[in-house]
Design a binder for this molecule. Sequence first.
Ligand code: FAD
Ligand code: NAI
Length: 508
Amino acid sequence: RVLRWAWRLTWMTSLGLAGVLAYSIYDLRHPVDQIEPDPSKKTLVVLGTGWGSVSLLKKLDTENYNVIVVSPRNYFLFTPLLPSCTTGLIEHRSIMEPVRNILRQKKANVKFYEAEATKIDYERRVVLINDDSEVKGDISSTEVPFDMLVIGVGAENATFGIKGVREHSCFLKEVDDAQEIRKRIMDCVETAMFKDQTEDEIKRLLHMVVVGGGPTGVEFAGELQDFFNEDLKKWIPEIKDNFHVTLVEALPNVLPMFSKQLIDYTESTFKEEEITIRTKTMVKNVTDKFIEAEVTNPDGSKTLETIPYGLLVWATGNAVRPVVRDLMNQIPAQKNSRRGLAVNEYLVVNGTENIWAVGDCAITNYAPTAQVASQEGAFLARLFNTMAKTQTIEAKLQNLSDEQSVAKSEEERNQVLDEIRERQKQLRRVKQIGPFQYSHQGSLAYIGKERAVADISWLSGNIASGGTLTYLFWRSAYLSMCFSTRNRVLVAVDWIKARLFGRDVSRE
Ligand code: FAD
Ligand code: NAI
């Protein structure tokens, strides 16, 4: 009997879940009409469609402002799974969410311009925007005036001015980068297999070098080695002895933000996987076929080494975008900032009024991560919703005090007075929004061979764990964090597809 009940319960739960899924899909596919923007309200311009800006837009009551979004990317990208797109484990569209879908779900209409902000003119309170896409109309650059501005343009790739990096290496920040890497991996493999290729050239072409031992470099190296072990060497066994992944890092160890125990675990897993880690090796120059690196020897002496490569992926962190640098130059209070816009505890850009910054372009006490950016975006949404509510209540209070002065009877006056007290209480409650406080949930990184490392905040302590169970946790955590049900379904299907049929090794 217990079994029968368990069976029924499973069925009912499955049916319930299927119902919820069906309803959420129906809801998404049938958006209701939106309120048109009210020109008397303030214009809030949001730059970017990344973690910070989209998290703000998700929680913002758009009926309170005329909201305008400007970004060269008309989609949100779930960056934590981007390294998996470089090998075709996940298809890039599975981790993209069209910004039009996101904005269409809002109560009031939001304008979106697919363009790059080229300059923020603080004096004139306008943003200059430029359509950088292939198709251009008669007008491809213009100005957008703002009353309030949120800068969420992220960061660009740091190259530290090292010669040859931009020309010869691939970055790993955007969808195009992941597609380029995927194409180049296969190009290197097929070129190495070209008739009469010399032994040295085969070795060079199959040497995949990753520069930067932060989480981006480590995750990519792990994914690439998985690709080789699980697919490439099965389909093209000739490359077996020459395909090699090397991770180059200037510091004495990789993943500096993780605990010593997890760094050691990562390094030993890489050893098992046969990924070479070259620490204390700083790249100084890049040419089309090799990198030149300064190696610090155990006795402290330095030697210059030339390392040939077929594919070079450059993952050495973030640099400030030109539009942000330009704004910093306009504001005296930003004179001493180097790594981005200095903001106060409410994320207001220091030295400005009505300009806020979120995510990688803002300098706070926290690391530039998706976790920080999305919490900052959600904080700003709360702040703006509160500001709008405050204004509504203050206007109402003004009306009530006018009513009170013209009240005809004592009873009427008392009634108005009661309402005023109630509204004042409401105003105090609403105004109680404290400064931004980040709550760290932990750090997670995939290291290949179906293993991950995690430094998780748990109650008031930290749990450091690595291995296959952590990998299952990593997968379920990232699946649940995907932007939409659609993304979750697509990512899960990609994982199943790769498990059943392997990754697709065709070069597009
Ligand atoms: P972004 O998400 O980069 O968004 C910036 C937006 O601004 C984009 O829409 C861009 O098109 C737009 N933009 C750029 N220039 C302009 C302009 N001039 N005008 C208007 N718009 C502009 N963090 C984690 O916490 N966990 C992870 O697992 C993780 N994995 C990562 C994996 C990879 C491969 C990478 C590259 C990063 C990863 N991160 C992770 C870091 C995380 O992605 C960033 O910290 C996060 O994206 C920052 O959010 P953001 O909104 O500041 O910028
Ligand atoms: P990073 O800044 O974390 O690491 C870059 C690494 O490159 C550093 O260790 C640095 O010493 C090294 N480096 C710099 N110049 C070098 C040179 N010339 N030669 C050799 N090595 C050099 O950058 P990353 O990995 O791109 O990450 C950027 C941000 O995104 C970080 O805040 C990170 O935490 C976050 N992120 C988080 C992930 C996660 O939580 N799983 C995944 C990817 C990124």
